[in-house]
Design a protein around this ligand. Structure first.
Ligand SMILES: Cc1ncc(COP(=O)(O)O)c(C=O)c1O
Length: 455
C-alpha cells in the first residue's frame, strides 16, 4: 500500500507542473503495474482444479460430514516405531537444524541398504541416493535437472496431475500416450492389469527431442502393476533412443501381484533410470514430505543440484524418523503387514460394488480403486452448477455422489487430456487408505445409489 502511494507521487508532481501530462502517463503507469501484477502463465491455470470442485461440492452437500474417499491421504497414523522415532528426533539438537542438501547420511544409508537386495548389488548411499521434499519435489528436481525448453517428455494417461506442471516449469513439452481400459470395463469387473499400453502408439510418440519418459508403477489411479514383459518393451524403446526413465514407484510397498522395478531389468536400463520413492506413502505419513530418488551417480548429482536450488534441504527430524523406518521395517514385519492391511481394506470396501452389481478394476497395487459407474443413470434435470455441467460425465457423477449419498471420489478425466478423456468418463477413483468405520460408512451410504442403477 505504502509503495503504491509512493509510485503515484511523481505523476502528481508532473500534473501540477503540466496539466497535459496527466492522463497519458497515468494510464501507462497503471498498465505497467497491471502487467507486473499478472501471474506467470505457469501458475495461472484457468480451469477450476478437481480438488477445488470436490471440496466445493462437499461444502454444498446436504449430507454432513461427507465421507472423503477422494484424496489419497491416510485416515490413520504411521506405526509407533516410526512415530516415536520422530518424537525422539525432535529432542536432538542436530535434528532440528539444516540437513545436508542431499539428505541425512543415516537416511541415505537406510534407503541404500533397504533397496540393495532388490537391485542385486550394493547401492552407494553417497552418490546414488538423494533425499527430496516428498516424491513430488523430487520429480520436479529431476525435470529441472534434465529438461531444456522444447524437450519432450512422454507421459501415460491417466497421469498423476503434478507431473504436468513439473514438466512445464522448465519448458518441457508433454507427449501423451493413453492407457486403454479393458473393453468390457462397463459391464465386468476385471484386473487393473488389463489396462494396456499400445506399444506402437508409444514408439510413434518418440521423436529426436524425447528426453524423458515417466512411468508409474504401481499406478495411480488405475492400480496397475506393470508386468516384467511390459516393462521390457518400454525399457527397450528407452535404451534404443537414450531416453531417461523417471520411474515413479511411490506405491512400491503396496503390490498384490509380483512387482518388478524397471531399473533392475539390466545394467543398460539401470544406467538411464531414476527411481522415485516416497516415505509419505511407505509409512502412512504423506504430510511429512520426505521422498527420494535413486539412480546412477552421473544422473543423481544433477537431481541433487536442482533440489538444492529449489528448497535447499528437506525436513531434518522427519528424515531421521524415516531412517529408523527403513532400518526397522523389515525386522518389524511392517512391509508384509502393510500389504496385507491394504488388501484387507480394499476387499472390505469393494464388497459394496459386488453388492450393487457395479464393475471395477481390481487393483494390483496401491490404494486406489477405479469404479465404472456407467450403470448409474443421472437424472436428466439434475441441477449441476454450470462449471460442473460443462465438464465430462465423471465430474457430474462425483458431484451427484457427494450431494445425494455424501461420499466424495475423484473424477479421473482430470488425469487425461481433453482428447482422451472420454476413455474414463464413466469411472470414479476411490481411495481406500481409510479406517474401517469410514469404509463401512461409505459402503452404507453408497447403498443409496441402488435406485439410480439400471442394467
Ligand atoms: C503417483 C504419485 N506420484 C507421486 C506422488 C507424490 O508423493 P509425495 O507425497 O511423496 O510427494 C503421489 C501422491 O499422491 C502419487 O500418487
Amino acid at each position: 500500500m505504502f509503495c503504491h502511494r509512493l509510485s503515484l507521487l511523481p505523476i502528481f508532481r508532473q500534473t501540477i507542473r503540466n496539466p497535459n501530462f496527466h492522463a497519458r502517463s497515468f494510464h501507462i503507469t497503471t498498465m505497467a503495474q497491471t502487467n507486473k501484477l499478472k501471474p506467470a502463465a505457469r501458475v495461472a491455470g484457468q480451469k477450476l482444479d478437481v480438488w477445488t470442485i470436490v471440496n466445493e461440492a462437499a461444502t454444498a452437500s446436504p449430507i454432513q460430514p461427507i465421507v472423503n474417499m477422494g484424496q489419497g491421504f491416510f485416515g490413520y497414523n504411521p506405526p509407533d516405531f516410526i512415530l516415536n522415532a520422530a518424537k525422539e528426533a525432535l529432542n536432538r539438537v542436530e535434528c532440528n537444524q539444516y540437513s545436508p542438501t542431499k539428505g541425512r547420511p543415516r537416511l541415505k544409508k537406510a534407503i541404500a541398504d533397504a533397496y540393495s537386495p532388490h537391485w542385486g548389488r550394493k547401492i552407494n548411499p553417497d552418490t546414488e541416493v538423494t533425499i527430496t521434499t516428498g516424491a513430488n519435489e523430487g520429480m520436479l528436481s529431476a525435470f529441472m535437472a534434465f529438461i531444456e525448453p522444447g524437450d519432450e517428455v512422454i507421459v501415460f494417461e491417466p497421469f498423476f496431475d503434478q507431473y504436468i506442471s513439473n514438466i512445464e516449469m522448465p519448458g518441457g513439452k508433454i507427449v501423451y500416450v493413453p492407457m486403454h481400459p479393458p473393453k468390457s470395463g462397463a459391464t465386468e469387473t476385471s484386473s487393473a492389469g488389463e489396462w494396456t499400453i499400445d506399444y506402437d502408439e508409444l514408439e510413434r510418440a518418440i521423436t529426436p527431442r524425447t528426453k524423458m519418459l515417466v512411468l508409474n508403477t504401481p499406478h495411480n489411479p488405475v492400480g496397475k502393476v506393470y508386468r516384467k514383459d511390459e516393462l521390457e518393451k518400454i525399457a527397450a524403446l528407452c535404451v534404443k533412443n537414450q531416453i531417461i526413465i523417471l520411474s515413479d514407484e511411490v506405491y512400491d510397498r503396496l503390490y498384490y501381484v509380483p512387482f518388478t522395478r524397471i531399473a533392475t531389468l539390466s545394467p543398460e536400463v539401470e544406467k538411464i533410470t531414476l527411481t522415485v520413492g516416497s516415505a509419505g506413502k511407505n509409512f502412512y505419513a504423506t504430510g511429512w514430505r520426505v521422498g527420494w530418488l535413486m539412480g546412477p551417480a552421473d544422473l543423481i548429482q544433477y537431481v541433487s543440484a536442482a533440489h538444492t536450488r529449489i528448497c535447499y534441504s528437506s525436513v531434518s527430524p522427519l528424515q531421521e524418523a524415516c531412517a529408523v523406518g527403513f532400518e526397522q521395517a523389515e525386522a518389524q514385519g511392517f512391509w508384509d503387514e502393510s500389504i496385507k492391511d491394504m488388501q484387507r481394506r480394499m476387499s472390505r470396501f469393494n464388497e459394496i460394488w459386488k453388492e450393487l452389481g457395479v464393475p471395477y478394476s481390481e487393483p494390483e497395487g496401491g490404494y486406489f480403486v477405479m469404479v465404472n459407474l456407467h450403470k448409474v443413470k443421472l437424472p436428466e434435470d439434475y441441477p449441476f452448477p454450470p462449471h460442473v455441467a460443462e465438464r465430462p460425465r465423471d465430474f457430474k457423477l462425483a458431484w451427484f455422489l457427494i450431494q445425494e449419498v455424501g461420499v466424495a471420489a475423484i473424477p479421473p478425466t482430470e488425469f487425461y487430456t481433453e482428447a482422451n478423456e472420454s476413455i474414463v468418463e464413466d469411472y470414479l477413483r476411490f481411495a481406500v487408505c481409510k479406517p474401517d468405520d469410514v469404509l463401512d460408512l461409505a459402503k452404507e451410504r453408497l447403498r443409496g445409489l441402488k435406485k439410480y442403477i439400471q442394467d
